[in-house]
Write a protein that binds this ligand. Structure first.
Ligand SMILES: [Zn+2]
Length: 230
């Protein structure tokens, strides 16, 4: 982990390519169950959902506190570096090689959500962890190297910049008004209506007013909660 003096951000730098598995044929998929004498990364013949530490992690498995980038003179030092503390986990959604999160039956999708919540709670409790981020990159265009339906969880030793900014804005709004910013946005989008994609019983989804991507949807719980575990 290197400290960038220009942006004030920590950057995880991969020193080598780690010989990671790259687009293997289906019969050599490391995320399929171990059947017929073939050992995959998952040593059981069947499962609903599996979470395990990434064999090729950007962060961890060492845990700890990042050092202050301030040197003895109070100046930020070029050359401030640290072990890449944290955790990287893989969440496999299904034993089926084909499909996606969206093609899971409701009960199985729920099991994956339970796994995200449980791992968020467990990882958040680990030494030095400041931000737990479950995510999925999907498609070769964004660099996915395994097609089996799966996502990842990164547990960072700092709050990633966008999350830190959201937390800062939400705190300031709460202090000023006594109300949660995300709940206010959801109320305003629901009232306006023209960007609503889904109005559900417990969650609703909308295209944000200041969207940054050609396709962007925010899925927001009606009950405001700090994280997936809550
Ligand atoms: Zn597979």
């Amino acid at each position: 982990m290197r400290f960038d003096r220009l942006t004030g951000e920590w950057v995880a730098v991969a020193a080598h390519r780690q010989s990671r598995t790259y687009l293997p044929p289906a019969d050599q998929c490391p995320l399929c169950p171990s059947v017929g004498g073939r050992e995959s990364e998952i040593p059981v013949e069947d499962f609903h959902v599996v979470a395990f530490e990434n064999r090729f992690p950007s962060l961890g498995p060492e845990l700890g506190e990042l050092p202050s980038p301030q040197g003895a003179t109070g100046r930020e030092l070029w050359g401030s570096a640290s072990s890449a503390y944290g955790r990287c986990e893989v969440v496999v959604y299904t034993p089926e090689h084909e499909g996606s999160f969206a093609s899971l039956p409701f009960e199985r999708a729920r099991t994956v959500v339970e796994a995200w919540a449980q791992r968020t709670e467990a990882l958040s409790a680990m030494k030095g962890i400041r931000h737990v981020f479950p995510f999925e990159n999907r498609g070769e265009q964004i660099g996915v190297t395994l097609h089996h339906p799966h996502g990842q969880i990164y547990a960072y030793p700092y709050a990633a910049p966008t999350a830190a900014r959201l937390a800062e804005r939400s705190r300031a709004y709460l202090d000023a008004t006594g109300r949660p910013l995300m709940g206010e946005l959801l109320r305003d989008e629901t009232d306006a209506g023209d960007r609503m994609v889904l109005a559900g019983d417990h969650f609703s989804a909308y295209v944000p007013y200041a969207a940054r991507w050609p396709l962007e949807v925010h899925l927001v719980p009606h009950r405001q909660a700090p994280d997936l575990a809550a």
